[in-house]
Design a protein around this ligand. Structure first.
Ligand SMILES: Nc1ncnc2c1ncn2[C@@H]1O[C@H](COP(=O)(O)OP(=O)(O)OP(=O)(O)O)[C@@H](O)[C@H]1O
Ligand SMILES: [Mg+2]
Length: 251
């Protein structure tokens, strides 16, 4: 059975005080199992980005618990949060967020700085990640020399280069035409089939066919939450598969 990787309870994000008080998230509960591909939908302003940023440790909730791998990390220091983020979380943004004056090879290698890999290893790993997304010949191109779809594939390579357990994507196809969207979605699908956990925000209902669970949000809360794939049919992480295989061999 796939384990619970994230458990969020009573999460609230408040902006302002008194008359100006508003809530981006209200007493929000969510449990995510390893291997889920969750799509989050809902009207503009309902709190999707806020939720993703809190899960991705880019933002903090006003109150509530956030348990990641059995550890409550809601109130730990920013430095420790940053360390956990570098190791466990890959982020994909709508506008790619690549650094313009670095070639994409260096862009993709960047997350590996934070986990302490030496430069030669970083560049080798970044190069492999780019090849996987069919950008091997463009390693030394700058982001502005690539099409939108190519930039987003480079951004996905950057998100997965450090083998994070969780991939968060905020409208990753929001700036792409439909053909390019499907290319990007097929890459995410492959990453998911390898046993990775993905949480993706989208406004496009036709993309929900890729999901194992679709959550509709409304006013900072969950409106509907529908699993389209049984927990027992979620992909197993590769490491678990390997362990099982080696057990079988021993017998
Ligand atoms: N820094 C801020 N100060 C005050 N209110 C904020 C701030 N950031 C976000 N909000 C409010 O929080 C609410 C949720 O915003 P959020 O960006 O999470 O929405 P969203 O669901 O991602 O919308 P969209 O689909 O347009 O991206 C909105 O009402 C927004 O105005
Ligand atoms: Mg948003």
């Amino acid at each position: 059975m796939n384990e619970e990787i994230i458990k969020i309870t009573g999460l609230t994000k408040r902006y302002g005080y008194g008359d100006a008080e508003s809530f981006a998230l209200k007493d929000f509960d969510l449990t995510i199992k390893r291997g889920e591909f969750i799509m989050i939908m809902g009207p503009s302003g309902c709190g999707k980005t806020t939720l993703l940023n809190i899960i991705g440790l880019l933002d903090r909730a006003t109150s509530g618990e956030y348990i990641l791998n059995d550890r409550n990390i809601a109130n730990i220091s920013s430095t420790r949060q940053a360390r956990i983020r570098a190791k466990k979380i890959g982020f994909i943004f709508q506008n790619y967020n690549l650094i313009d004056d670095l070639p994409i090879l260096e862009n993709v290698a960047l997350p590996l700085v934070y986990i302490g890999q030496p430069r030669t290893v970083r560049l080798k790993n970044a190069s492999e990640a780019l090849k996987r997304f069919h950008l091997g010949e463009k390693e030394y191109y700058y982001p502005w020399q690539l099409s939108g779809g190519q930039q987003q594939r480079a951004a996905i390579a950057r998100a997965i280069v450090s083998n994070p357990e969780i991939i968060l994507a905020d409208e990753p196809t929001g700036n792409l035409d439909s053909r390019t969207s499907y290319i990007v979605m097929d890459e995410l699908k492959k990453i998911h089939e390898e046993g990775n956990t993905i949480v993706m925000v989208t406004h496009n209902p036709s993309l929900t066919t890729y999901a194992t669970r679709v959550i509709n949000m409304l006013d900072g809360q969950i409106d509907t939450d529908i699993k389209t794939v049984d927990d027992k049919n979620l992909p197993q992480p590769i490491s678990v598969k390997k362990k099982k295989r080696s057990k079988r061999r021993k017998r």
